[in-house]
Design a protein around this ligand. Sequence first.
Ligand SMILES: *Cc1c(COP(=O)(O)O)cnc(C)c1O
Length: 428
Amino acid sequence: MTPLEFDARHLWHPYTDVADPGPMHLITGAEGVWLTCADGTRMIDAMSSWWCAIHGHRHPAITGAMHDQIDRLPHVMFGGLTHEPAIALGRRLVAMLPRGLDRIFYCDSGSVSVEVALKMAVQYQVAAGRPGRVEFATIRGGYHGDTWKAMSVCDPVNGMHGLFQGALSVQHFLPQPPVVLGAEWPEDPELAGIAPLARLLDEAGDRIAALILEPVVQGAGGMRFYHPEWLRRARALCDAHDILLIFDEIATGFGRTGEMFAMDLAGVVPDILCLGKGLTGGHISFAATVAGDRVATRIGDSPAGVLMHGPTYMGNPLACSAAIASLELLAEGTWRRNVAAIARQMHKELAPAAALPGVADVRVLGAIGVIEMKAPVDPRVAHGRAPGSGVWLRPFGRNIYCMPPYVITSEDLSRVTGAMVALASNPG
Ligand SMILES: *Cc1c(COP(=O)(O)O)cnc(C)c1O
């Protein structure tokens, strides 16, 4: 069996048909925005390997920090023990996050960080004397990960987990905020789409622990951008009912939207924040759930006395060292100019797609570019064309989208937008 034959016969890939996985490329290396295939073909990773590789692949500052760390302390348990990388990363995160978000729970992946956030919310409500508050509210069109509880707050139709509906705990789904980013905010709460939240909290607030959502940018649930004012109104309503507000910034955090965090577009601080994906610059899986003192100390008063979670690889030093190096790169500040330049160029170069017959909408925010089609796109078509176009794209649902590493050159970005428009004009 060749390596690719073995792969097709034995290895699962994400959301991929085992009987017909479609074209598969054997990647042997990566540097900057480029992926190298076994046959020498190169492709631009326009997906930043799913939002992660924000500084490009194999960044020397990050791999260097990881080399140093692996020679000293690749891992140690975090129960009763701590280490410099965890502390140094904590210092950086506390310094860059809004005041009030400073209690950091390290975990292994984005989905786990969502699980931890949901547990925190329930334990907080129990400790506050409201043990009946075990349900969650969210908005349609969201995506929060693939684990069991995280699945229950994903969009019930488009959130990839519709199949499991009968097996998931039922949550409260609000309509998607109808006012898109950049549109005028209507003062009428019905038109603004905030009235459904007000009604839900009035009717079922005593059963709801928290409202969880992706601020401004809904990623894998539909690549939709909504008005930040919705979040300001939601913050006030949650406060009035002592319902916690959880922001999932796993995709949007660390500069992707043009701000360091998408919540900065709204000026709203949640009670609990989930971080992941770009945290290590795409070099190793890692995530964090960050709460404020109010939540953290209350959980200490709960019957359990502690947050009931503690993954084996919690605070992994190797992952911390990668994250520190990635945050140091962000602290240099060039990302902001780069992301703004990417946004300007994508606005210009994706605009012609709007005139294509199969295209429903074209939108850009920061280093996120989306061509929304009228019909679903088969990702296998894009996979098959990638070696020829030199651009790695993985469309999802009706969206042909990209979120390139911030270091992409203007010439390489033109190849990406060109491949996107070509795919939109002929999706196969
Ligand atoms: C990817 C993602 C997750 C899940 O993260 P994993 O690391 O894949 O478990 C959760 N929420 C959002 C918004 C994401 O984009």
